[in-house]
Design a protein around this ligand. Sequence first.
Ligand code: SAM
Length: 308
Amino acid sequence: MSSAGTGEVLTDSYGRTLRSLRMSVTDRCNLNCIYCHNEGHIGHSREMPVDTIVNIVEVASQFGMDRLKLSGGEPLLRKDLEEALARLPDMKDISLTTNATLLKDRAASLKEAGLDRVNISLDTLDPDKYHMITNCTRGTFDRVLDGIHEAVDAGLTPVKLNMVLLKDLNDNEIEDMLDFTRNYGGDVILQLIELMDFRDIPRYRINANEVERSLLAVSSDVSVRQLHKRKKYIINGVEVEFVRPVDNTEFCANCNRLRVTADGKLRPCLLVNDNLVDVSKASREELPDLFRLAVSRRVPFCRSLKEQ
Ligand code: SAM
């Protein structure tokens, strides 16, 4: 067996069919967030050239994976992203996760190159807190706000604002963030994320059940997305998702994602480091079997953070 593209889909031994690819395109970042998991990577590695990115995405697409998320590090540190995007196959959804510090001047060119939408990390609306959380230089917060405006203007919508909830730091800002989101009409969605505490900062861990209860109390509608069984709330006309990756077997049971590290390794599971499949040097012909190998290595449930 080698080639892909005859309608074959990749289903792991636990019955989960792979539908989306999450690809880190760089480990470099221009911020240094106090909680960042760096997509499970420590240090900096060689980045995949555009040709490798395109080959991997094409094979994924031939296996019916029709959603792609580009991430990092900070993906906009790569100047060749537009070139890569322009060469990707047609997919249902191509999105990018960014801190938006460099987005203002590139939103239009990214859209033009084929990007559908962006997720933008914004944990607080208070510039001083933003500075504290991200260790950024002065003026960065305003550039992020400009980036959000420009993304909406360029049609990279719906823009999802990613807010990692940090106890006693920003968990009192959900309402302010809802108001901020509401100002953009339906073009912006709020995505609340439970902290995965890789950096041993227990004082910032929130109680996810409490957050869910408080969201539920004020929502007019709640639905459940297939991906990771994420709950979606409607609160005064604003869409809010809550991502709960911690000790959540439903997160894994409904995971349809394959990840790719910045240096070209297929990562079958978010929190597992010993089952990666190196595809950085693989030829186009070798890639399909390496995809099949990676999918065969998927585990039913990620180990808890304590065991890492
Ligand atoms: N630099 C880009 C950005 O800021 O969006 C992309 C990389 S960042 C690792 C991707 C997303 O992961 C961000 O929304 C960030 O908030 C989230 N994230 C990072 N560390 C996390 C953690 N420990 N727990 C939960 N979410 C985390």
